[in-house]
Design a protein around this ligand. Structure first.
Ligand code: SF4
Ligand code: SF4
Length: 400
């Protein structure tokens, strides 16, 4: 039905109501304007804090002013979707070596898909109601400084761990934007909820996230160095993990939630039920050794619609090998040893490294047997030699 709202303010109220109708948890509207944080963002790039994520450094002119993304863009409907699971229902056990070491947002269906589906419906509704209006949606994909925009829309404030933080809803939420040619007035999500929050800083003197980050990736409040961040290495980096990164990632398999888990605002977050974001049974049945052994067909089956596909099968198996090495569980030696002649040289090298970490006679024997192969690929030979040297160094006092 074609609509004719009386005022830009009335239009914004209608847009927010429709976003909530489509299943988003919170929504607000901003007028598009040049970014106020672009200089800080460019300094972040200049320092190389974006690590190997070169795509982030592209199209900065659009990040500077998002109105360049499409002719006539004037406003943005900013939306949030909570991904904190229902208490006790979806939480993997703390001793679940795989799923407790996968970032919460990544356990269910790909959030790009979940958010995009809702944004597309919203776009259709808006375009049908306001003929001539154009909309462009983004979910963590476009050249937009979305946290800045979302903060202006009242979805939260920027926190020292670099996430967007809300006084009631914590930081376990996803962001999306629908950029519009409509002349909508600014409308903050917190005003819509009748709880206007003038705070621009919720962290105060707290430094828990900086203190607990195991790799010191939060170099200073509000500054993340991706070169030291577990999320970067386990998700974005392809190929071999450098030695230092293998140490850093610990038992994390995909992403890392530590700097959110320790945040006091995330302790009592109201539950939000989005079944798509729950860990599905076909993946829950998989354990760390199963992930290490995962074949292509099973991967396609189990990880259909999973955001974990971002790391690719090879990356997930590489991460599983490293996690098993850190666990030091001798029960995994057989699986790691069987991976020493894997078709993926990356996975085989990380399995060798992991055997060196687990140590013991069985690991040593498996490494030595594989080393004896005259056709051994040289880089795997180097990795095995290093692993054997570590095992021998660990056994040195016993041997002499
Ligand atoms: Fe540190 Fe993990 Fe947070 Fe990265 S995601 S900053 S490694 S706590
Ligand atoms: Fe802010 Fe403390 Fe939460 Fe870090 S842990 S984001 S400093 S409130």
């Amino acid at each position: 039905m074609v609509e004719t709202p009386a005022t830009p303010a009335e239009l914004s109220r209608r847009l927010v109501a429709w976003a909530l109708d489509e299943g988003f948890d919170r929504a607000g509207v901003v007028r598009l304007e040049p970014s106020r944080q672009i200089d800080a963002f460019e300094r972040w790039l200049e320092r190389g804090d974006h690590a190997g994520m070169e795509w982030i450094a592209r199209r900065t002119e659009l990040r500077r002013d998002p109105r360049g993304l499409w002719p006539g863009l004037r406003s943005a409907l900013c939306v949030a979707l909570q991904y904190h699971p229902l208490v006790g229902e979806d939480e993997p056990a703390a001793d679940d070596a795989l799923w407790s070491r996968v970032a919460r947002y990544a356990r269910g269906r790909d959030y790009h898909e979940v958010m995009t589906k809702r944004l597309r419906r919203l776009e259709q509704r808006i375009v049908a109601a306001f003929p001539g209006a154009a909309a462009r949606w983004y979910v963590d994909t476009g050249p937009i400084l979305e946290r800045e925009m979302a903060a202006r829309a009242g979805l939260g404030v920027q926190a020292k761990n670099t996430h967007l933080l809300h006084r009631v809803h914590g930081s376990y939420f996803l962001l999306g934007e629908l950029l519009l040619t409509l002349d909508a007035a600014p409308l903050r999500a917190d005003e819509v909820e009748g709880a206007a929050d003038p705070a621009t800083d919720l962290c105060g003197r707290c430094t828990r996230c900086l203190d607990h980050c195991p790799t010191d990736a939060l170099r200073a409040p509000y500054r993340l160095d991706a070169n030291r961040c577990i999320s970067y290495w386990t998700i974005e980096h392809r190929g071999d993990l450098p030695e230092a990164a293998r140490e850093m990632v610990g038992e994390w398999v995909f992403g890392c939630d530590i700097c959110q888990e320790v945040c006091p605002y995330n302790v009592k977050v109201p539950a939000a039920d989005h079944p798509e974001l729950r860990l599905p049974p076909e993946r829950r049945a998989l354990d760390l050794v199963g992930l290490l052994r995962l074949g292509r067909d099973e991967y396609v089956e189990r990880f259909r619609k999973s955001p974990m596909k971002r790391a690719k099968l090879e990356g997930l198996r590489r991460n599983a090998a490293v996690a098993l090495g850190h666990r030091g569980d001798t029960a995994a030696v057989g699986a790691l040893a069987a991976t020493l002649d894997d078709a993926s040289a990356v996975v085989a090298r990380h399995a060798a490294w992991a055997l060196g970490e687990v140590g013991g006679a069985e690991a040593r024997s498996a490494l030595s047997a594989r080393r004896a192969d005259p056709m051994l690929e040289p880089s795997l030979g180097v990795e095995i030699d290093r692993a054997l040297a570590r095992i021998d160094a660990a056994n040195w006092p016993a041997a002499y």
